[in-house]
Design a protein around this ligand. Structure first.
Ligand code: F6R
Length: 235
């Protein structure tokens, strides 16, 4: 059991090791509350000149549909604020699905092709929703799915409503598919807090079912799960 700082440090170390062994790694990134500490760690290591991201290519898991880059709730803004704005990943090497694309289907295909053209993801960071979603692959999503447009479930919208004015909470997103995630050569799943306890318990049963998307990870040969909870009396 880890506290949040330990979890974040461990996650940052896994990323650092990946870049030590392959400085031009392709990394898949997640947003949400959980990886903020990992990004904070990576930014401070970058500022201490312990690490460079200059040769990295990054692909984010997902983005809301209908939110422009300038909107603070977009994952574009999140990444600028927590990570990209502070490190040296070249702008051309940062990829986030375009939730404002006129042709959303085309944007999904282009995203998938651009991951393939980069040589594929070496290390993918994912979080997990209380309903077992990874990326925004909600229960029932095909394990064969590639980058696609998805309707956000009521559970996901409730969990993320804290970031939005209720009326403005998007109903759809573009997300890498489960197959896209599974093609990554290694995966790190980060989960923190008692509200993720049931999801982690479900994951640990080892049962593979479409009603719990994260369960597809049991079929991947190289997944690290980092889980932490608040210590008693905290949060
Ligand atoms: C974020 C994403 C989501 C989150 C998940 C957990 O890019 O794809 O699957 O990882 O909803 O979010 P937090 O960390 O806020 O609990």
């Amino acid at each position: 059991m880890k506290d949040y700082e330990e979890l974040s440090e461990k996650a940052a170390e896994i990323l650092m090791k990946q870049l030590e062994s392959k400085p031009d790694s392709v990394i898949g990134l997640a947003t949400g509350g959980t990886p903020i500490g990992m990004y904070r760690q990576l930014v401070s290591r970058f500022k201490r000149e312990e690490i460079s991201f200059a040769r990295v290519t990054a692909f984010n898991l997902d983005e809301y549909i209908g939110l422009g880059k300038e909107q603070p709730e977009s994952f574009y803004s999140y990444m600028e604020h927590h990570f990209f704005g502070h490190v040296d990943i070249p702008v051309a090497s940062r990829h986030i699905p375009d939730g404002m694309a006129e042709n959303l289907e085309g944007a999904c295909e282009a995203y998938e092709s651009s991951i393939e053209a980069s040589g594929g993801i070496d290390l993918q960071v994912v979080g997990i929703g209380q309903n077992g979603h990874i990326g925004f692959n909600e229960p029932g999503t095909s394990f064969q799915s590639r980058t696609h447009v998805t309707e956000l479930s009521a559970s996901t919208r409730r969990a993320n409503a804290k970031y939005f004015d209720v009326k403005e909470m998007p109903e759809q997103a573009i997300t890498m598919g489960l197959q896209t995630i599974m093609k990554a050569r290694s995966i790190v799943l980060l989960a923190y807090g008692h509200e993720k306890r049931d999801a982690l318990a479900q994951l640990r049963t080892g049962k593979i079912t479409g009603s719990f998307p994260a369960s597809c990870l049991h079929e991947h040969p190289n997944v690290t799960v980092l889980y932490g909870e608040e210590s008693e009396g905290e949060g």
